[in-house]
Each structure stands twice: as structure tokens, then as C-alpha cells.
Design a protein around this ligand. Structure first.
Ligand code: BES
Ligand code: ZN
Ligand code: ZN
Length: 503
């Protein structure tokens, strides 16, 4: 997908379709239609008279232009009421346009920068442009690499041009397009990793993928193999791996070490369970295939690194990804087993399906060695979080309100929204063990919170936020600009958070 910006008018821009946005407000729509009529010389107002197009959200209509237009198709796209316009509505409108273009089997589309949006939306021209490109490009994502029949491999929109006739503004539009190019590719990468089946992406190949991304975009990747993991005493990762034929990996990503002094260090931790069967506490078989996406936290971290490195963000970043399958077998960890984590704390494994926290415990302990200013972990950690928040909000818990506020703000802006759940002291006793420092399950209630409390036991002297992305990473139904399957959630959220980073 190629995103660009051009200084062009709607008559000049070259693409298979030129898209322009119209508002629903009656007077405004009339005025916009009149303006278009001048350039178009068609009876465009018939659209309003027939009520075929009212400028509402989700509406689009394609017209055919005279040949003095460089693009032979013109698409009108509704933005709804002007006063209610938001960045997210712009993403959705661009997605509407892109899906329409895709359905017409077009190869390229041009989107006019809606200059009126600047008056209502508080974000900058660059932000608006970025949102438009994101909405369009992300809605076009498909995971089709394994299809061999042609009909499944229909032509795709491969080029998106943002255009604006104003020389000064187009510079800002270009900034947004450039950031979008990087961010979209990072989200695509995360989605590809999530959607890949577990016979393609397993700990060793996940590490390879991280290495390739590092090479492409400019960050360092060190892969710790089983021997090293044993020497370090990462008992959580080893216990979960015990039942698997495939060895574990502990993947360390590092970017911008030179920025450490001036800007400080953020550690991103991602759950890298490449397939979660539940282990001996076996999951039911219905929908178990979704558990190939139990490494979505890892995918988000790799995607965020790719974007941060390409955008050359001024910060020192460390990524930690404990990676293993969770399998049942004669050698698998069993309920009642007691294990020793990195750093020496012990835990009782009451349920082998609560494996994510076991491997994250090692990583959170290991994070301390970088003396980080903040640690953010992302994990498809609990079904309980999906019960609580569904697919539209990520569960957030942590030990620092300031840090959580920043993630909340980044979530609102990117619409990868996060919502706090309480980590009250009272929940702590639910994971008390009779035989070890802590137990890996807390009973029936508040499952997302007891999981976070387990993690908290291993958190060092740093500001920490845990993001439970179980509902937002794995989509059972498509959303506006994300198809069913892996959403790539976390990439845009983290990049937005890191772009605003101040130590
Ligand atoms: N990977 C799952 C959580 C999950 C469930 C993610 C559904 C996405 C969709 C996790 O490892 C798990 O199985 N958690 C258990 C914990 C329980 C045994 C305490 C759960 O949520 O049921
Ligand atoms: Zn599990
Ligand atoms: Zn899991």
C-alpha cells in the first residue's frame, strides 16, 4: 500500500476514483453541491432531491465525470453533521470510500483533504490526514496469503493519494501521509503475525519475524534460546513450554539506546503464546483456533517497534517477548505444580490455562534490569476481560495514575480505547496460595483483575501499566476498518503514546 500527498485539485488528481466529503447539514450540503456543480457540470442536486445521497455517515455514491477530469470517477462520501465530526468519523468515512473502491475493483483512490474539518476537529491537519489514510488503508487489509484460487485474490487498491489544492496545507497533509504510511505497515505486520497459523508462527519463527522487522526498520533483536532461559531461571516460561515439542524463545528488542540519557527508557512487554490449548487444563475445542492469536501482545510490540524506529522517535525502547506454545502432553506442567520465576518468587499453577501470567511474570522481573521509567505490558490475558468490556475497549490496570491517564488520552485519539479496572488491595487475597508465594488463578470472579494482581506481584520499582487486549485483539466480527481476526490493536495506541513521550 502506497500512501502519498499531492497538491492537486479534484479535476487534476490522477486516480481510478477521486473522493470528496460532504456534510449532512442541509445548508452546508447545498453549498457544497453547488460548488461541485460548477466543476462537474452535472445535475448533481438531483442526488439531494431524490434523497439518494444526504451526506450521512456511511453513505457514498459514485458519479462519472466528464473527460476533462483526470479521474473518471468521483465519489461523494458522507461525513454526517459538521459539529459532530471527529477524527474517528473521518477514519470511518475514509474506510467507507475505500471499501467502495475495493468493491469496484479499483487499483487507486484519491481522497480530498476536507478543509472544513479543521474548523471542527481540534486535531491538526497532519493528524486529520493520518486518520484518513489509516481508515482507508486499514479497512482494505485482508489475510489472503494462503489462498491459491484466483477468485480469492481479487485486485486490490494499492495506492491512496491525499490531495489538496492549497500549497501550504499540502505540506501538513504530506506529514500525515508519511506517518500513516509507517503506522499502517506496522499494523499490517501485527495483523499478519496474529492471523498466521501456529504452524507458521511459533517461537522460533516469531523471533525470526522480529529480527527481519529490526533489520528493515533499524532496531536490535537478541533472541535468547532455551539454554539461556534456563540459566536465567525463567521458570514461568519454561513451565509453560514443558508440554510443547517446540522450544521457547525470549525475544529482546532494543531501539534508540543513545536516547536513554535525554529521554529515558520505556519497556514494552508482549505475551507471546503462539498457540494456547490450555495445556492439561485443556480448553474446549469450539473456537480454539482463535488461540493462534494468543501472541497478539507480542505482535503489537513488534509493530510498535517497527513504527517507532522508522519514525525515529526520540526515546530508548526495550521490548520483551516471552514466546512459547501452551500444549498438553506427558511432559506438560500440571495443576498443583510449583514453579520458580525469574528473580526467585514461586507460584502455584492451579490452572495450566492461566499461562500468560506465568510467562509475563518472568518478563516483568527481567524488565527491572533496564531501570525503566515505564513498563507497559500487552496481553490477550483473560476471557473475563472480554466478558467485562467486549470487543470495544482494552482493559487497563496499573500502579500509576499519571501513566494511565496518558494511555487513556492516546486511546481516545487513536480510538484504540482503554478502560480502567480497579486493582484494589481486597482482590489480592484471591490469589493467595497455601503452598507458594502466589497462585495463578483467583477463582470465578474478577478474573481480569486477579490476573493483573498476579502480574503486580512481579512488577519492580517502575511505573507499570497492564493492557488486557483479549477482546480488542481478536475480533469475531469485522469492525469499521478491521476485518474479522487479528486487529493489530496496540500498535497505533503505543505509537501515539510514544510520539507524545516526555520523561
Ligand atoms: N489466552 C487466554 C485468554 C483469552 C480468552 C484470550 C479468550 C482471548 C480470548 C488465557 O490464557 C486464558 O486461557 N485465560 C483463562 C484464565 C483462567 C483459567 C483463570 C481464561 O480467561 O479463561
Ligand atoms: Zn490460557
Ligand atoms: Zn493464553
Amino acid at each position: 500500500m502506497k500512501i502519498s500527498a499531492e497538491m492537486k485539485t479534484i479535476e487534476q488528481v490522477k486516480a481510478d476514483v477521486a473522493c470528496t466529503f460532504l456534510f449532512e447539514d442541509r445548508k452546508l450540503l447545498d453549498a457544497q453541491m453547488q460548488a461541485l456543480k460548477k466543476t462537474l457540470k452535472t445535475k448533481i442536486e438531483a442526488l439531494a432531491e431524490t434523497k439518494d445521497f444526504k451526506g450521512k455517515e456511511g453513505e457514498s455514491v459514485v458519479l462519472y465525470t466528464e473527460n476533462r477530469f483526470a479521474a473518471c470517477r468521483l465519489m461523494l462520501v458522507g461525513l454526517g453533521e459538521e459539529k459532530k465530526l471527529t477524527l474517528e468519523k473521518l477514519r470511518r468515512a475514509a474506510a467507507t470510500a475505500a471499501k467502495k473502491a475495493q468493491s469496484l475493483k479499483l487499483h487507486s483512490m484519491a481522497i480530498e483533504f476536507p478543509n472544513r474539518a479543521s474548523a471542527t476537529v481540534k486535531e491538526s491537519t497532519a493528524d486529520i490526514s493520518q486518520a484518513l489514510a489509516e481508515g482507508a488503508a486499514l479497512s482494505l487489509y485482508r489475510y489472503d496469503k494462503y489462498f491459491t484460487e484466483k477468485k480469492e485474490k481479487e485486485p486490490k487498491v494499492e495506492r491512496i493519494v491525499l490531495f489538496d489544492g492549497d500549497a501550504k496545507r499540502v505540506k501538513e497533509v504530506r506529514k500525515g501521509a508519511q506517518a500513516a504510511q509507517v503506522i499502517i505497515e506496522a499494523v499490517y505486520l501485527a495483523r499478519d503475525l496474529e492471523n498466521a497459523p501456529s504452524n507458521e508462527i511459533y517461537p522460533e519463527s516469531l523471533a525470526q519475524a522480529a529480527k527481519q522487522s529490526g533489520k528493515r526498520s533499524g532496531f536490535k533483536v537478541t533472541v535468547l534460546e532455551k539454554k539461556k532461559i534456563e540459566r536465567l531461571g525463567m521458570g514461568g516460561l519454561l513451565a509453560v513450554n514443558q508440554g510443547s515439542a517446540k522450544p521457547p524463545r525470549f525475544i529482546v528488542l532494543e531501539y534508540g539506546e543513545n536516547n536513554k540519557k535525554a529521554a529515558g527508557t520505556a519497556v514494552l512487554v508482549g505475551k507471546g503464546i503462539t498457540f494456547d490449548t490450555g495445556g492439561i487444563s485443556l480448553k474446549p475445542s469450539a473456537n480454539m483456533s482463535e488461540m493462534k492469536m494468543d501472541m497478539s501482545g507480542a505482535a503489537a510490540v513488534i509493530g510498535a517497534f517497527e513504527a517507532a524506529a522508522r519514525l525515529q522517535l526520540p526515546i530508548h525502547l526495550v521490548g520483551l517477548i516471552p514466546a512459547t506454545e501452551n500444549m498438553p502432553s506427558g511432559s506438560a506442567v500440571k495443576p498443583g505444580d510449583i514453579i520458580k520465576h525469574y528473580g526467585g518468587k514461586t507460584s502455584e499453577v492451579d490452572n495450566t490455562d492461566a499461562e500468560g501470567r506465568l510467562i509475563l511474570a518472568d518478563a516483568l522481573g527481567y524488565a527491572e534490569k533496564y531501570k525503566p521509567d515505564v513498563v507497559i505490558d500487552l496481553a490477550t490475558l483473560t476471557g473475563a476481560c472480554v466478558v467485562a468490556l467486549g470487543h470495544f475497549a482494552t482493559g487497563m490496570m496499573g500502579n500509576d495514575n499519571g501513566l494511565m491517564d496518558k494511555l487513556k488520552a492516546a486511546g481516545e485519539k487513536t480510538y484504540e480505547r482503554v478502560w480502567p479496572l480497579p486493582l484494589y488491595d481486597e482482590y489480592e487475597k484471591l490469589i493467595k496460595s497455601d503452598v507458594a508465594d502466589v497462585k495463578n488463578v483467583g477463582g470465578r470472579w474478577a478474573g481480569a483483575i486477579t490476573a493483573a494482581w498476579f502480574l503486580k506481584k512481579f512488577v519492580g520499582k517502575y511505573k507499570w501499566v497492564h493492557l488486557d487486549i483479549a477482546g480488542t485483539a481478536i475480533l469475531e466480527e469485522p469492525q469499521d476498518y478491521a476485518p474479522k481476526g487479528g486487529s493489530g490493536v496496540g500498535v497505533r495506541l503505543l505509537v501515539e503514546f510514544l510520539r507524545n513521550w516526555k520523561k
